[in-house]
Structure formats: C-alpha cells, structure tokens
Design a protein around this ligand. Sequence first.
Ligand code: NDP
Length: 279
Amino acid sequence: MEIIDGKLTSSIIKDELKEKVEELKKQGKTGSLAVIQVGNDPASSIYVKNKKKACEYIGIGSVSYELSENTTKEKLLDTIDELNNRSDIAGILVQLPLPKHIDEDEVIKAISPKKDVDGFHVENVGALCVGEDGFVSCTPAGVIELLKRYNVEISGKNCVVVGRSNIVGKPMALLMLRENATVTICHSKTKDLKAICKNADILIVAIGKPKFINDEYVKDGAVVIDVGIHRDENNKMCGDVDFDSVKEKVSKITPVPGGVGPMTIAMLMSNCVKAIENM
Ligand code: NDP
C-alpha cells in the first residue's frame, strides 16, 4: 500500500508556483488575490489566514476585506463590482459559507469569471463541462493532480465518485471523464452503494460522513481518495473513509490529514497564477 502524500505534493507545487511568479514578475505581470470574508466564523478565519499565507509564500499580494456579519447583499455586491474593475486584482475569492441573509449563488455569479479563482462561477463550471479552458474548482483539481503525480492510470478505469455537490462531487466526475475514466456518480438516493463502490478501480469519496466507507466498499487493489474532513470522537482528524479498515486492501490511498486537504490551497494558488497570466 502506498500513501498518497498531499502535504508533500502541495509543497512541491507551491515551490513550482513560486518560480513561475518570479518569471511573471520579470515579464512585468503581477496581480493580487482579494479575499472577502463576511462575519467572523472561526473556521472561515483559519481558511482565510492560510490562503493569505500561501499567497505570501509564492510571492503574490493579497488584500482582505473583512465585512461585518450583518453586511447587506448590496454592500457585498458593490465590493465585488469594484474588485472586478480593479486592474491590480487578478483573483477574487468570497469565503463561504455566507450569512443566511445573503444568497451565495447570486454573489458567486457577480464575480467576473476571469477572476473567479475558486472556479464556482457557472461560466467556469460550463467551460469544464464542454471541455473549454477555465478555472476548475480547487479540491477536485487537487485530486487529479495527486492521481497524476502518483502515476495512477485514469484512462479506461472504472471511477466511482461518491457525492454530487457543486464544489466537489460534480466537478470531480467531470474531471475524471475528461481524463477518459468510465465514471459513476453516487449520492444519497443511490441503491446498493457497496456493490457500485466495489467495482471501482478509483474510488473518490466526498459524502461528509466520518469513516463511512469501510473495507466492504473497496475492491482489492483499488486507489482510494478521501475528500472528507472531520473530527472523530477523540477529536482526532479523520475522513469519510475508515482508513484502518481499508488500508490492507488498497493499492494507494490519501490519508486525512495530509491528503486532499493541503492540495486545495495549492490548486487555489495555481488558479491565482493562471489569473495573473491571463491579465
Ligand atoms: P455536501 O454535504 O455538499 O455533499 C455531500 C454529498 O454526499 C451529497 O451529494 C450527498 O447526496 C452525498 N451523500 C450523503 N450521504 C450519502 C450516503 N449515505 N450515501 C451516498 N451519498 C451520500 O459535501 P461537500 O461535497 O461539500 O463535502 C464532502 C466532504 O468533503 C465533507 O466532509 C467536507 O468537509 C469535505 N471537503 C473537503 C475539502 C478539502 O479541501 N479537502 C473541500 C470541500 C469539502 P445528495 O446530493 O443526494 O444529498
């Protein structure tokens, strides 16, 4: 069994991006990431801090907008509009979730697709769907990067994606399809999930349920990618996959922590560099 090390891979990618940013600077190309946070949810604050730290590491600027919990939708949309029009801003990121009184879909649609480094705008999702160039959602993009860097053959393989959210499951399935896998998407209404998962050469799990997938769902020699992030009963981090139960069966697996998680920020940085290149 081989561990797919996302922590190591993400630091390699960030070093590669650092070099690319230096090259771009020599060509006179610079730009910053604007990060907007509404309210002060502690988990969101940590994510925002880590994103700004990653920008600093690869050598790009970041500007943050900390808006109060009761900010109006109009104020947020005005801020986005201003950032869309600023020539020094390459990428715009609105940290989710937003307070309940603000419609997330409307906010995401307000971001210019050319600055949508999260890859959530319908135009970028559509581009992925029809095979055009655009920004791809960071977590699924990180999974593809891990599979490629660990020489996992994707073409012609049976891939099962468990979960169909707009930010993970759906783009994940589209990306695997783009890599010529035979893709099955499962969700909460799927019948006989075990049997379907057991047919997977590559099993990608994003269901948001701690240690849900055990050895009964996994084929011998399968590659298992665990997107989930949770704390277990002992406050230890764990994924959607029961690592100890499946580890003897798999050929390769991502651990939690240190698997898919660190890749998300690396791919966000990759999208920011792409946004600077496109300026
Ligand atoms: P969502 O809650 O938005 O989606 C969960 C999906 O799983 C839904 O499509 C749901 O089906 C499906 N599902 C739920 N229960 C079952 C079940 N019993 N059997 C089959 N399918 C089921 O979650 P996200 O996609 O946002 O996130 C998934 C996990 O990944 C979470 O643990 C989250 O914390 C983590 N995550 C990690 C990231 C990272 O950087 N590593 C980034 C983003 C998320 P239905 O559509 O029918 O309801």
